[in-house]
Each structure stands twice: as C-alpha cells, then as structure tokens.
Design a protein around this ligand. Structure first.
Ligand code: MTE
Length: 340
C-alpha cells in the first residue's frame, strides 16, 4: 500500500491524502467506524505549513502559558469538526479550492478552558463585541484569523482546548492551544492559537471576509458559512462492495445546532424499493455526531442505499445547492452495492 511519511505519528495511506503541502487529509474509512476518531486517523486541514507552536497565548494583553491555562477550571466534550469544504468535489462543476472528497470530518474529545471563563477572568471593555482569534501560521493570504461575537461564544460554548483524546494537542491539530467552536464548520476552530483580541468590530482578515462565503451567484446575498448543515455518511456497505447474508447498513449522522431526530435510508434495487428507518447509536452529547444502524435481508442482486439526516426542522436534501467556493455540500450520500 502506498504510504506518505508525515513529520509525526503514523504513516498515512496515500488514498486519504488530499494535498501533501500544505498537508490535508481525510479521515480514513476505518476511522469513521469509531465514535471518537483516533488521533492518528483524524482528518487534517491546513492552509499553510505548520508554524512553530506558540509558547504563550496572548489573551487580550495577558500572556498565558499552557500550565496557567491548565490550572484554570476545565471543560471537556466530544465535538464533531467538519470542514466547510467537505464534499466540494461532489459538486458539478467542481468549484475551485482544495479538492475534498466526503471524509473531511472527525470527532474528538476536547478538553480545555471555556472561552466564557476567560472572558470572566479578563473582562472586555463595554465597546468590545467580538473576539479575534489568531493562529501562528501565515501564508500568502496572511495570518490565519477568525472572529466570533460574544453571543456566538456563549451560545456554542467555545473553548480553548489543550487536550485532544486525553493527550496534549498534537502539532497537526494546533499544539499547544486551539479554539474549538462546537456546531460551526471547523474553519472557526483556530489552531496554534497565539492571540485573542477583544474588538468592537469583526475580523477583516482574508479567512473571515474573502473565504468561507457561501456565494450562489444568482442574486442571493452572499453569507458566511457558520452552522454545519444536517448530513450523514454511509460507512457500510462500501461503494461497490458485494455483501453476503444480512446486509448491515451503518454510518454517522450530524447537524450543527439542530437536534438530529432520525435517519431515513432509501433502498432501491431488485424490485425491493423501500424506506427504512435506522436506529440511532449512543447520544454522545450536543456537539457530536451519532452512529446509525439498520439490518436488512435482501435477495441477490444490485442495490443502492441513500441516507438522509432528519432534524426537528428539516430533512437532509438529496442535492445541495452549488455555490462558487464549494461550501456546505450536504447532498445525501448514496452507495451502490451487490448482494451475492
Ligand atoms: N487554524 C489555523 N491556524 N490554520 C488553519 O489552516 N484550518 C481550519 C481550522 N483551523 C486552520 C485552522 C480549518 S479550514 C479546519 S476544517 C480545521 O482547522 C481543521 O482542523 P483539524 O486539522 O484539526 O482537523
């Protein structure tokens, strides 16, 4: 099997790599079997080369070391991170941008200090309305920075993470500190966090005002990508697989802020078209995906299955709307398979 050696951890199979420099990789299919993605399998999205990890975090003028942050009260939760460009190459025509397939997401256990705790400890002035979060990496589009309003920070329980899956954050995921913003597409979760500035206005950095915009180019106002759209991915059966005996259909389902209420599976083929309702796996908390499962006995033949996330408000669309930067592609995932 072709592998690529990265400057840390395990070698990765080439099939998961999206681009080698800067390094972008999908979660492996195997990694999608777990509720919590093992760190070595976690998808990775970088705009620039890895920077030197910052020694301190400048929090509104207060220098904080990792030890000082670790001594503050900690929160821990499971959070699903999905890249806003996940699924870009499934749009036709394929929009320009990093050519993500459908595995630009993972779920980690993140532990650190709630941003609200830091806001209480270091109170902003009355003019401040936003926090601008800066990463230590820089490329031709400037420093990586994103901002959030105080309201967004509280509503989505953003945290400054020091640990991922029970260990110190590894370099590729933003050591020694990163922002984690549950519910939002993961471009907001700034890695290698080196500065947080209180500001009366939002960031005017490239990644805030030029990139991560959902632009339908049909007169619809351009808007920023924020909450993850309802979505699901089928992990089994695999595309083109021949299955024998009872067919096990399973995958992962998630949505931004809205509650996932179920998963529908549209099964077609061999005169057996039907709609199945999947069972949901364990509830992993308000910020994480859930697994779903169904078993079905089918006569030999060719089939396809398509999964749809259901939330309190909507059903995942069969086909998401194309947009110029290729964001928010939550088209339903369809897999063709054979029963032997
Ligand atoms: N933070 C910095 N400093 N630089 C980056 O390039 N990429 C963002 C976000 N934070 C990025 C960043 C994007 S687009 C995504 S999808 C997530 O990090 C990916 O997080 P991961 O690599 O830990 O999976």
């Amino acid at each position: 099997m072709e592998v690529v050696q990265v400057p840390f951890g395990e070698p990765w199979t080439m099939s998961d790599i999206v681009t080698e420099a800067p390094l972008n990789r999908h979660v492996s299919w195997q990694g999608l079997e777990h509720d919590v993605t093992p760190t070595g399998e976690f998808f990775c999205r970088n705009h620039n080369d890895f920077p030197e990890p910052p020694a301190i975090l400048d929090w509104a003028g207060h220098p904080l070391t990792p030890a000082e942050l670790a001594a503050m009260s900690q929160v821990e939760y499971l959070v699903t991170l999905e890249c806003a460009g996940n699924g870009r190459t499934e749009f036709k025509p394929v929009p320009k941008g990093t050519p993500w397939g459908i595995r630009g997401l993972s779920t980690g256990r993140f532990r650190g200090v709630a941003v609200e705790t830091l806001l209480r400890e270091f109170p902003p002035s009355s003019e401040a309305k936003h926090v601008i979060f800066r990463g230590a990496d820089r490329g031709e589009d400037g420093l990586y920075e994103r901002s959030l309003t105080f309201d967004e920070i509280g509503r989505h329980r953003a945290l400054v993470a020091l640990e991922m899956n029970g260990k110190a954050l590894p370099l590729q995921h933003g050591a020694p500190f990163r922002l984690i913003v549950p519910h939002y597409y993961a471009m907001t979760s700034v890695k290698w966090l080196c500065q947080a500035e209180y500001s009366p206005t939002a960031s005017v950095g490239y990644y805030q005002i030029e990139d991560y915009l959902v632009d339908y180019q049909d007169g619809t106002p351009i808007r920023p990508a924020t909450l993850m759209r309802p979505k699901s991915i089928l992990v089994s059966p695999a595309e083109g697989e021949t299955v024998r005996g009872i067919v096990s259909i399973h995958g992962k389902v998630w949505s931004g802020e809205s509650h996932v209420s179920g998963v529908e599976l549209e099964l077609r083929g061999a005169g057996a078209d039907r709609l199945l309702v999947a069972r949901l796996g364990d509830d992993l908390g308000p910020f994480a995906w859930r697994s779903f499962h169904a078993e079905v006995q089918l006569a030999p033949g060719s089939y396809s299955v398509t999964s749809f996330c259901l939330t309190d408000q909507e059903r995942q669309p069969k086909k998401a709307r194309w947009n110029a930067q290729g964001y928010e592609n939550n088209s339903a995932h369809r897999v063709a398979f054979q029963v032997g």
